[in-house]
Design a protein around this ligand. Structure first.
Ligand code: GUN
Ligand code: ZN
Length: 438
């Protein structure tokens, strides 16, 4: 276990407010170069300039010359899909049938589910992601093993067993009654335990009957603090299919609204093909969009309208959506997000991007007091990054003058190879060069 009072020395960067779109000189950024971040009993208790002497009760982890950020929050990712990351040649619906469903079937086996959960959470941590909102599989045991493994690592994790009772192959379907029993049992055993929370997990409208969607809606109000996660309006063929399956609904999002699945703890992945009425609904409920740029590019799904969502007052976070996405690295996903916006003539600032991956995600999940910043009182989920890896990034870092220029180059050129250390609730869970993360 770590020393009770630990000071992490480095260049501290976090946010005290939401940056204005396009403002590269934002006052919402709090940059404190060469400071000690003070961590006591796993929580952040303050920060001091490194030049000020610390009393000897503090043990110092010297990360001088490194960038220290709040651990990243991946708001939408599929644990079993590490097995299908980088699969060639298909768009969403064929990709599900060809690659994803067959891989997810393996998670019926408890031993596979246990090994997969450990592999997945260790991979998150070694990419600098300390919290996540995760899809398991339809199998109850897959969620069980994720909760168990997250608890062992002290992580803030939100997950649930996937609901799907139609349009999925044998071995991957539940039914309304069994699914309700499984969810209730998982909620009873895990929701609110340590840093864990349950998410009612509707895969997407096509794979649930209206009866199952209604059951999911009832579950959401069965206990305070439950989350709901699903996919919405990702791909045009998917949107057409939903319109055929639910002719009474005004839109894809309206299918979820009618089932009682719209709430402030809703996390909706993608949201590319929405209209103004949908955006107003998301805003009214303060539901979170998990923008997944690398997945959207890789599967050819479309270009997310971040600016329109922001103008509508919808909380937007970022997500890897692995295995549709091609990297767990949040920087790589932010670099893709910049390019997606550039295609629409918009220029995403490093501030808006990094805020969405930290404080913005935390607030969207109702966890702003616990994660997403370096503010005193929060849990010490903290990552330490090399400012540059390799001569190209090093040179770019050296010639950059303004802070935004340095951080934007870092965001664009860095990835998990830049990660020097990751602390989860103050415990070092990853240190570069160390033999085993856990
Ligand atoms: N829609 C339904 N299931 C999935 C999935 O596993 N990944 C993505 N990207 N979209 C989905
Ligand atoms: Zn997804």
């Amino acid at each position: 276990s770590p020393p009770p009072r630990q000071a992490l020395r480095g260049d501290l960067l976090d946010f005290t407010a939401a940056p204005v779109w396009g403002d590269t000189a934002s006052t919402a950024v709090r940059y404190r170069p060469d400071h000690h971040l003070l961590v006591e009993g796993g929580r952040i208790v303050g920060a001091r300039p490194a030049a000020e002497p610390l009393d000897p009760s503090w043990s110092v982890a010297d990360h001088r010359g490194h960038l220290i950020l709040p651990g990243f929050i991946d708001t939408h990712v599929h644990s079993p899909q590490l097995d299908v990351i980088a699969s060639h040649g298909t768009a969403l619906l064929d990709w599900l049938d060809t690659y994803t469903f067959p891989a997810e079937r393996r998670y019926a086996d408890p031993a596979e589910a246990e090994a997969g959960a450990a592999r997945f959470l260790d991979a998150l941590i070694t990419h600098g992601t300390t919290s996540a909102v995760v899809f398991a599989t339809v199998h109850k045991v897959s969620a069980d093993k994720l909760f168990e493994a997250a608890r062992a690592r002290g992580m803030r994790l939100i997950t649930g067993k996937v609901l799907m009772d139609r349009h999925a192959p044998d071995g991957l379907r539940d039914d309304v009654e069994q699914a309700e029993r499984d969810c209730t049992d998982l909620i009873d055993r895990w929701h609110g335990v340590d840093r864990l929370a349950y998410a009612v997990t509707v895969r997407f409208a096509p794979t649930s009957t209206p009866e199952q969607l209604a059951m999911a809606g009832r579950l959401c109000t069965s206990r305070p603090g439950l989350y709901m996660q699903t996919h919405v309006a990702e791909n045009v063929d998917e949107v057409k299919w939903v319109a055929q399956l639910f002719p009474e609904a005004r839109s894809y999002l309206d299918v979820y609204a009618r089932a009682g699945l719209m709430n402030a703890r809703g996390v909706f992945a993608h949201g590319i093909w929405l209209d103004d009425t949908d955006r107003a609904l998301l805003h009214d409920h303060q539901a979170l969009i998990a923008h997944s740029p690398s997945s959207n590019l890789f599967l050819g799904s479309g270009l997310f309208g971040w600016r329109a969502a922001e103008a509508a007052g919808i909380p937007v976070a970022v997500a890897s959506d692995v295995g549709g996405g091609t990297s767990l690295s949040i920087q790589r996903n932010l670099a893709d997000a910049y390019k997606v916006q550039a295609m629409a003539g918009e220029r995403l600032s490093a501030w808006t991007a990094l805020h969405a991956a930290t404080r913005g995600a935390a607030l969207g999940l109702g966890l702003g007091d616990e994660i997403g910043s370096l503010e005193a009182g929060g849990v010490a989920d903290v990552c330490v990054w090399d400012w540059a890896a390799g001569p190209v990034a090093q040179r770019r870092h050296e010639v950059a003058i303004a802070l935004h220029e340095k951080v934007f180059a870092w965001m664009t050129l860095s990835d998990e190879r830049n990660l020097a250390a990751a602390y989860v609730a103050g415990v070092p869970r990853h240190q570069r060069g160390a033999v085993s993360p856990c």
